[in-house]
Design a protein around this ligand. Structure first.
Ligand code: GDP
Length: 201
């Protein structure tokens, strides 16, 4: 897919303030500093469409970017810096939870995971929460340029094994590097295929 147009539409502090749901949302989420803003900018071919932030967790806003006048890329607030309580699964920030559970036009949620790190409890629990609620998602392993091919393959294998303790199969996943534009075509083509499969929002 060629991105010929990307426009910032609005920042919303609640799901009922989001743009009218007549186009599909493809949303991006992850722990702060996972590389979400860089990835969104890379996908949209823009230097600073999404702010590459130096202050993790400061903004709690849902940002909608309209791509090719056809669909939205949605930048969700990061998770993982909020205090984790005993009932962790229920503890994802209210704004994230309500967006995920209530936004009817969300076609796919991309869960970003830093490819350098061991599987993190908060990410695994977040994906379990998605599974339990039937939310369509895919994983994006970010910052692949920071690893050798061998390290990357080893980390992916560890991740897959960990996921398979809970999941029947490894969810759809992508490997990305915003520094090298790796994964760009695959992710955009996937968005295109999901959009075509779903038809009009
Ligand atoms: P966010 O908090 O998830 O939006 O993360 P940012 O996009 O702001 O990135 C956090 C830090 O990681 C910044 O210093 C980025 O320059 C760096 N970063 C993000 N993506 C990549 C990548 O693909 N490769 C490398 N080497 N650094 C990255």
């Amino acid at each position: 897919m060629i991105v010929s147009k990307s426009d910032f539409i609005k920042s919303s502090s609640a799901v009922d303030q989001c743009p009218k749901d007549d186009k599909w949302d493809f949303a991006f989420i992850g722990r702060s500093n996972v590389g979400k803003s860089s990835l969104i900018n890379m996908l949209c071919n823009r230097v600073a469409l999404a702010k590459v932030s130096a202050t993790p967790g400061k903004t709690q806003l849902i940002n909608h970017f309209l791509i090719n006048d056809l669909f939205y890329i949605v930048d969700l607030p990061g998770y993982g810096y909020a205090k984790v309580s005993k009932s962790i699964k229920e503890d994802f920030q209210k704004i994230i939870k309500s967006y995920i559970l209530e936004r009817e036009s969300m076609a796919c949620l991309f869960v970003l995971v830093d490819s350098r790190h061991e599987p993190q409890k908060i990410d695994l629990q977040f994906m379990e929460f998605l599974g339990e609620n039937g939310i369509p998602f895919a994983i994006i392993f970010t910052k692949a340029d920071k690893l050798t091919e061998k390290q990357l393959a080893a980390n992916l294998e560890v991740y897959k094994q960990k996921m398979l303790e809970v999941w029947e199969e490894m969810p759809r996943y992508f490997v990305s590097s915003s520094a090298h534009s790796l994964g760009r075509e695959e992710i955009l083509d996937y968005i295109d295929s999901v959009r075509k499969e779903l038809g009009d929002a």
